[in-house]
Design a protein around this ligand. Structure first.
Ligand code: BJW
Ligand code: ZN
Length: 251
């Protein structure tokens, strides 16, 4: 349910709809909150722990070097959980938005869950990688493997090297091509929707500020206020699964 049913919320919602309808080349930036209603745990909510481990201490190259089997156990657990999750009305509403604006539409996601692809979005920049992809540490081969690995850490079919999840851990550089495309989209868009991100992880968080500085209208949708709130044009507080379909209704 949209938690704020006040006249102010209705006015902001109406303004947001008008901004979307008037956009020429919009960008959407999503974070873990858009998948929360699909059952995917967010990072900084209650889902910040796995067993007794802090997920931020596992999602690092140092943790993988120290104990690759432990880190793979964590990723196997996430693979098992994610296999049961399905895209929700917010993901589907963004497919509708892409169809309305395509080809002048870019979806930038920090999520590694692949749910935007499952929903049917096409022009997606997965700036933190993808949980279903693996990369060989020896030969660099990229592969997509669904399901869990029976033997961990898993080995490359081609060269026998150790595989790692093809995601971006803290302290690692984002793929320069993907980040370059995301930055270019943020610099040149005339509207940005920022959905379900706590806006604390860089460089993703700066993309919304960059879009705003370059003159785009920027709308935030989140359950709660974030570091972005007050720096953007409109913040709509509520569930992405309810607000985003409402925004695209009649588009
Ligand atoms: C709902 C909802 C509902 C809930 N509806 N809303 C500048 C200053 C300080 C530090 C740095 C800096 N620049 C770089 C850094 C370091 C670091 C960083 O940002 N640290 C900060 C935390 C302080 N950044 C990096 O290390 C990055 N690398 C880098 O910059 O490299 C530079 C370099 C260059 C050249 C050579 C070498 C290095 C890499 C960042 C990688 C982030 N990786 C992770 C893990 C991915 C893999 C995996 O999943 O296993 O990405 S961390 C985690 O955070 C994940 C997420 O994509 C990311 C963002 O989280 P997100 O999506 O915002 O989720 P939450 O949980 O935080 O928030 C959910 C939100 O949803 C909340 O607001 C809820 O309210 C809301 N919500 N339900 C709507 N139903
Ligand atoms: Zn290999």
């Amino acid at each position: 349910m949209i938690d704020d049913n006040s006249e102010l919320f209705k006015e902001k919602f109406r303004q947001a709809k008008d901004m979307i309808a008037a956009a020429g080349h919009p960008v959407v930036l999503t974070g873990a909150g858009i998948s929360a209603e699909s059952g995917v745990p967010t990072f900084r909510g209650e889902g910040g722990l796995w067993k007794q481990y802090n997920v931020f201490e596992l999602a690092t190259p140092e943790a993988f070097t120290r104990d690759p089997a432990l880190v793979w156990e964590f990723y196997n657990w996430r693979r098992e959980l994610l296999a049961k999750c399905r895209c929700n009305p917010a993901h589907l509403a963004l497919v509708k938005m892409e169809q309305r604006f395509s080809p002048a539409f870019t979806l930038i996601t920090q999520n590694v869950d692949g749910l935007h692809t499952q929903a049917g979005s096409r022009n997606i920049l997965e700036i933190h990688g993808n949980l279903w992809q693996v990369r060989c540490l020896r030969c660099g081969r990229l592969d997509t493997v669904y399901g869990v690995f029976e033997s961990i850490p898993p080995k490359c079919d081609q060269c026998g090297g150790m595989l790692r999840p093809n995601v971006v851990w803290f302290g690692e550089a984002l793929d320069p091509q993907v980040l370059g495309a995301a930055t270019a989209a943020a610099e040149s868009c005339d509207l940005m929707l920022v959905i379900g991100t706590s806006a604390v992880v860089q460089p993703a968080a700066s993309l919304a500020i960059l879009a705003k500085k370059r003159g785009a209208g920027v709308i935030e949708i989140n359950l709660e206020e974030t570091d972005h709130t007050g720096r953007l044009d409109i913040t709509l507080l509520g569930k992405a699964g309810e607000i985003v379909p409402g925004l695209m209704d009649g588009l």
